[in-house]
Design a binder for this molecule. Sequence first.
Ligand code: XIL
Length: 378
Amino acid sequence: MKAQTLLQAASFLPIIAMFMFATSHAQNETPALKEVFKKAFHVGAALNREQISRTEANTIKLVEKQFNSITAENIMKWERIHSEPERYDFAPVDSFVAFGEKNKMFIVGHTLIWHNQTPRWVFEDGAGKPADRETLLQRMKDHIFTVMGRYKGRIHGWDVINEAVEDDGSLRQSKYLQIAGEDYLQKAFEWARAADPQAELYYNDYNMWHKGKRETIIRLVRELQAKGVRVDGIGMQGHWGLDYPPLDELEESILAYAELGVKVMITEMDVNVLPDPGGHTGAEITRNYALRKELDPYTEGVPEAVQAKQAKQYGDFFRVLYNHRDKITRVTFWGVHDGVSWHNNWPVAGRTAHSLLFDRNLQPKPAFDAVIQTVRGD
Ligand code: XIL
C-alpha cells in the first residue's frame, strides 16, 4: 500500500519538474541586455521627457530591467535647458539624474555645443545682428560651467561637441565656426574639463564611418591632444539602416578612433527599416519630407522578412561591437521602444517606425534575440 502511494507520487514528479521549469523559464524569459553585456560595455537608452517624468510606468520598468546607462533625448539641449539668457530649466534634468542615480546607472549629458536645437539669441547681439566672437565665447563658457557645474560628479560623461564636421570632412559652417572660429572646439573641451575634471568628455557625430569625416575628426582630436587638451571618447551616433554602414567600414572606424587612445561608444543606435525619401544615411535633423503612403509601409506591423533583415543587421553590428569590447565602453539606443523612437517623426512626420529592439507593446523583437545571441554564441 505504502509503496503504491510512493509510486503514485513519483509519477507526478516529471509534471512537477516541468511546472518548475516552466515557471523559472517564464521568470527568466527575457534576458537583460545590461546583464548579457555586463563584462563588455554599458548598454543605454535615451529617455524622453514623459519617461523622465515617470508617466510611462511600464517603460520605466523596462528601462530599469534592461539598461545601465541613460542619455537625455532632448531636455539637456540648449533650447530646453537654457532657453533664454537668464533662464535655466533644470527641473526635468534633476529628475533624470536622480533616476539614473537611484538605479546606479552611467549618466550621459547630451549635449553642450551643437548647432541645432540652440536658440537664436545665443548667436545674436540683441538687435538681430550676429553676436561678436567674445560674446559668443563668453556665452558658451557660462553655459558649460552652469550646466556641468550643477551636475558635477553626478553626470559621468558629456557630449561636449555634437556634429561639428560634414560628411565630406569639411568643418560644418555653423554659427559657432563662423563667429568664433575653429578654436571654439578647443575652448569647449577646455571649459568642460575645468567645469568637471572627473567627467568623461566626448566628440559625438553621425556617419562616423564615412572616411572623409573620420579623417577630419582624427586630425582634430590629434591637434587637441598635441595642445594638451584631452578628449576621452568618440561617440559614433549609430543611426543606421538595413544596408549601411558596411561592416568593414564600421570596424575600420572603430579601430581608427581607438588608435587615438580614446574610448569608443555607439551613442544613438537605431536601425531604420522605413524608406528614406532622400536616400540619405546619417541623422541631419533639419531634413523633413511630406508624408506619402508609400513612405509609411508598415503601419500594421512589420513583415517577417523585414523583421528578419533587421535582426540580422542588428546581430551583425553587435558581433562587430562585441568583438571590439576592449575598445567600446557603451552602446546606447536612441529610445526605449518603437513607439517613442524619433523615427516616427523624422525625416517624415507621422510614420510608424520600427527601429529599436522593443516593439510598441514593449515586447522584445527578433532583433533583440539576435543581439543577445551575439554573446550567447560566443
Ligand atoms: C533628436 C531627438 O530624438 C528628437 O526628439 C528631436 O526632435 C530632434 O533630435 N542626433 C542627435 C540627437 O545628436 O540629439 C538627435 O535627437 C538625433 C540626431
